[in-house]
Write a protein that binds this ligand. Sequence first.
Ligand SMILES: C[S@@+](CC[C@H](N)C(=O)[O-])C[C@H]1O[C@@H](n2cnc3c(N)ncnc32)[C@H](O)[C@@H]1O
Length: 203
Amino acid sequence: MSDDTRAAFFDGTAEHYDDDTFHASVAEALVSPLPAGPELVLDVATGTGFAAYAALRLKPARVLAVDVSPAMVARAEAKAAAQDPSGVITWRVGPAVPMPAPDGSADVVLCASSLHFLGAVAFADWRRVLKPGGRLAFSIVSGTRFKPGGPFAEFVPGDLSFPTDETEAAALAHGFIDVSARTFTVDGGDRIRSVFLVHATAP
Ligand SMILES: C[S@@+](CC[C@H](N)C(=O)[O-])C[C@H]1O[C@@H](n2cnc3c(N)ncnc32)[C@H](O)[C@@H]1O
């Protein structure tokens, strides 16, 4: 599938994306255990920027946020005057695998609510861009709950096995060390939403 086709699909979801607060909660939960003071944070498939903005609490020198959808990035950037007045975050439209960052340059890689669109190929790229000891934080949908169908299924690569428990979620970060996974659930009353949060360190 071309990047343009992919971008057009996600452009169509941008207008109402922020209406759903679950993604913001996931991004906050991914960032909160990370140590403060990173030089460079990468937000992979940033969407409207929830994880990039959450990362500002770490007081990073720089954040690079990348997404294939121009409309998503436009929505993210529109929040910068209020949420990032000193311009720590750089926004970039384009594919997020590979990330446009040099080898061994990043202290933190974030990927919130997006790995299921990127596929297993993302892990090798995250190993590439992270410094030794750099931190990886990603969320992943549960294979028990996530059953992509219709046109949506075309955007989900087939090379990723969706975990059904925390052990399987942690195993996705193969080649990383100090891997931990936990279940993150939000009970919205009429709908219970749940993903796995995985934290790991680059060797
Ligand atoms: C469900 S949203 C998650 C956005 C954001 N990370 C968050 O936490 O809300 C998925 C995002 O992945 C982006 N995306 C999908 N495939 C991509 C790719 N190959 N490269 C860059 N971005 C991609 C979409 O444009 C969309 O913004």
